[in-house]
Design a protein. Structure first.
Length: 319
């Protein structure tokens, strides 16, 4: 006869999350529960099983031998349950709630304009969109899809490439009129530069040096938490900024920003991916539909910069 007195799958999921995130507080935050509630749930599991699963201390959480064995088995069981649900959902119409995290510039320019059309095509899907340039933990934030710009770190997450964009160093005409146009990367030491308040995969600014490239890390006069804030600082004349061309291309075309040190630009690009959790099997229909929709409708060229006879820079469309 089925056991109906407790939701053992939900308890397993909470326990696995406690282990994966390293404590009750982080797990509670991911489930929007209280730490005491999560702790009590694990205690009830231990009482039902008649075995201690974790040794608690103020500094860290340590699994017992029984807890380690239970954790390994629970991970496999939950993965099999998820796979079964995905296979069942693969043929179903997209429905349910979808949470998406996106890089701010790409989200504002490319994702947000597509949302009304996606919702019109899939009326049984509801959508939360969080715009942030901070790399989020999909598990902790309970996000289904994240849009990430730049190199991807090794993880169990899956990714689908959506677009790519060259990088460019820019400044406003007002700033260059005051500080002068740098002729070599070495001259950046006397310029005001705009950086980031969060760690990035590539800390410095790369420049071509002969057959190779070198990274220069100019001390920032100002830092910001996202690409749009960096762009606004550059537009306001705060200093030099290095941003994706898809983000500042319209400003360059309009003369609001000017490319700097293009002769030393190494031609590096940043890829833009949709990142999502999965094990290689069928995705929930709502997640699959959203990623497919983005891949189909985002038509972002990879333009280059060319200088006209009058010395002004303009975008030249390409792929």
């Amino acid at each position: 006869m089925p056991r109906l007195d407790s939701n053992r799958a939900a308890e397993m999921e909470v326990f696995v999350r406690v282990v994966d995130l390293g404590g009750f507080t982080a797990a509670a935050r991911s489930f929007r529960l209280t730490p005491s509630g999560v702790s009590k749930l694990v205690s009830r599991m231990e009482a039902r099983l008649g075995a201690r699963l974790v040794n608690r201390s103020t500094r860290k959480l340590q699994l017992t031998a029984e807890g380690e064995a239970f954790y390994q088995r629970a991970v496999r069981i939950l993965a099999e349950m998820e796979e079964a649900e995905r296979e069942a959902a693969a043929g179903a119409a997209p429905r349910g709630h979808l949470t998406v995290n996106s890089n701010i510039p790409f989200g504002m320019r490319y994702v947000m304009p597509l949302v009304p059309q996606f919702l019109a095509q899939h009326p049984e899907v509801t959508l939360d969109i969080v715009l942030t340039d901070t790399v989020v933990d999909l598990m902790e934030e309970r996000a289904d899809v994240a849009i990430r710009v730049g190199p991807l770190v090794a993880s169990r997450l899956l990714a689908r490439k959506l677009a790519t964009s060259r990088m460019v160093l820019v400044a406003s005409p007002d700033y260059l009129a005051r500080a002068g146009m740098p002729k070599t990367p070495a001259e950046l030491a006397r310029h005001r530069c705009i950086g980031w308040t969060f760690p990035r995969t590539i800390r410095g600014w790369p420049f071509r040096k002969g057959e190779h490239s070198e990274e220069i890390l100019p001390p920032p006069a100002a830092r910001a938490s996202d690409g749009e804030a960096v762009r606004l600082l550059a537009l306001g004349g705060a200093g030099l900024a290095r941003l994706a061309l898809f983000h500042v291309g319209p400003d360059i075309d309009a003369g609001r920003l000017v490319p700097v040190l293009q002769n030393y630009n190494p031609g590096d690009r940043e890829d833009i991916h949709a990142v999502y959790a999965g094990h290689g099997g069928p995705l929930p229909a709502r997640v699959r539909a959203f990623i497919d929709f983005l891949a189909k409708h985002i038509r972002m060229s990879d333009p280059t910069l060319r200088r006209g006879a009058n010395g002004e820079w303009r975008l030249h469309s390409g792929r």
